[in-house]
Write a protein that binds this ligand. Structure first.
Ligand code: ZN
Ligand code: CU
Length: 493
């Protein structure tokens, strides 16, 4: 094995190397010096300051969590136990239209409360947010997006209407400043009240600067239920008009009337991919989670309350039980709990599996780190895909599961030197037991670290070891300017 190194800081020996590209794994060695992988192959002759015997274990590139709401958690809980315990080494923030920066006004409306309680926790200036991450680095790397709803709340006095040309200009100015500072994209949450009155044209006009900057557009679509077909068309149209890659967030078919429609939605995505870059991500559960809002038609068979400002003690209980105890119906109970968050059981397992089996689907947790009783996806997403869906269900090989979490998102977001085991790449690594890895977080006990994750390194430094965070915080805020082209797929179309 040719190697540029003649000694290394650390060598993993006799480990199953899963390189992230999806092909068959092979047992070998991998060496790390400083923050980089310096050699891969048979490194028997290579001396190292430290060695790890990887017999029986697998070594993969660290996982990229493409859909997070970790904007503030990166600062308030920088060891990021919920993520590093799963093998996640890079997170993408600012999803669903909600970002911690740039907030141009001193007010918040739901669902901004998913990120913080008060405007003071937000940043007026995107560059200041990234500098805050530089100054107090988290354990994981971060790519940050700008949220459309955050821009709207900052620029518009009322939100139940389309933005005027002047307001679009003001939002565009703020977006352009953020892109210059290093924002990697613009997210929308057209489903949510602050953005649902925004017409397609508003988003397309706002998305225009993304193309020249080389950024992308992600979307929590207007409708993931009855009108999902129209929402997909809207997403594709915005991508075509603004000439940007689009990513459909947490793809799902919600509501019993729409169960089975993933056949249709994946067909539409496939067709669109013939002429434009379209990506998608998914979390591996049949329940969603967001703010508690029963003015929307959820068609949920079960609702669990994740937090409530009015009645904090009820977090973790079923809304129906709370309603029974209060002697009222679901709607009235939700009103009394407000503001609050919830888990909604609205999906069908067959759709979850069909979407996961689709070769272009990335994995994104959509975890809500500030919830008192969070959806288990916050702690369980990646080990659940590896242990449950790959090993137990057999949806795909372990190598393919790892590809969805590494080289696929790296190509989507333009991370040219992460998401793959090769010489010169950053040493973002996860060492795990392929026979034992599994999520342990449940809807009842959601904050349980996964089993089978032995060691996680970010930029060459351990962040999770022996079942606990190490306290190291080697993560970096990765700027748009450091990234390569986006929206490429390592698979042929
Ligand atoms: Zn969302
Ligand atoms: Cu989300």
């Amino acid at each position: 094995m040719p190697t540029a190194a003649n000694n290394a800081d650390l060598v993993f020996r006799q480990v199953r190397l899963i390189d992230g590209l999806g092909g068959p794994s092979a047992v070998g060695d991998l060496a790390v010096t400083d923050d980089r992988i310096v050699a891969v192959g048979d490194l028997t002759e290579l001396p190292a300051a430290r060695q790890i015997d990887g017999t029986g274990l697998a070594l993969a590139p660290g996982f990229v969590d493409v859909h997070t709401h970790d904007d503030r958690a990166l600062l308030s809980d920088p060891t990021m136990g919920c993520k590093v315990s799963q093998g996640v080494t890079t997170v993408v923030t600012g999803n669903c239209g909600v970002s911690l920066a740039p907030l141009l006004a001193q007010r918040l409306v739901p669902p901004m409360d998913l990120l913080g309680d008060t405007p003071a926790q937000y940043f007026h200036d995107f560059a200041a947010y990234l500098s805050a991450l530089d100054g107090a680095p988290p354990a994981v790397n971060a790519l940050a997006q700008v949220g459309h709803s955050t821009l709207r709340i900052g620029v518009m006095d009322t939100l139940d209407r389309a933005a005027t040309p002047a307001e679009i200009r003001a939002m565009r100015d703020a977006l352009e400043r953020a892109l210059t500072a290093g924002a990697v994209g613009l997210s929308t949450g057209l489903f949510y009240a602050p953005a649902e009155a925004a017409p397609t044209d508003e988003v397309a006009a706002l998305a225009a600067p993304l193309a020249e900057a080389g950024a992308l557009h992600t979307t929590h679509m207007r409708d993931e239920g009855d009108a999902i077909h129209r929402s997909l068309e809207e997403t594709f149209a915005i991508g075509r008009t603004a000439k940007v890659p689009v990513v459909i967030s947490h793809h799902k078919c919600t509501g019993s009337a729409n169960h089975g429609r993933s056949t249709e939605t994946l067909g539409l995505i496939d067709a669109a991919r013939q002429s434009q870059p379209v990506g998608l991500d998914q979390y591996p559960y049949i329940a969603s989670s967001t703010v508690l809002d029963l003015t929307r038609r959820w068609d949920a068979r079960r609702i669990i309350v994740t937090w409530s400002k009015a009645m904090p003690d009820v977090a973790g209980r079923d809304l129906d039980d709370i309603a029974a105890a209060l002697g009222c119906d679901r709607e009235e109970a939700a009103r009394r709990l407000h503001p609050a968050g919830a888990i909604y059981f609205t999906m069908d397992e067959a759709d979850v599996r069909r979407i996961m089996a689709y070769p272009h689907t990335m994995i994104g947790s959509d975890g809500l780190p500030h919830d008192s009783h969070p959806h288990p996806r916050l702690w369980g997403t990646f080990p659940r895909v590896l242990g449950h869906y790959a090993r137990e269900v057999g949806l795909f090989s372990l190598e393919e599961a790892v590809r969805r979490m590494t080289s696929l998102p790296a190509a989507q977001f333009g991370l040219t030197d992460r998401g793959v085991l090769r010489v010169g790449a950053y040493a973002d690594l996860v060492l795990f037991d392929p026979d034992r890895v599994i999520d342990r977080a449940t809807f009842e006990t959601p904050a349980e670290p996964a089993a089978g994750i032995a060691l996680v390194m970010v930029n060459g430094r351990a962040v999770w070891q022996d079942g606990a965070p190490t306290g190291n915080r080697p993560g970096r805020a990765i700027r748009l300017g450091e990234l390569g082209p986006k929206g490429r797929s390592v698979l042929p179309c």
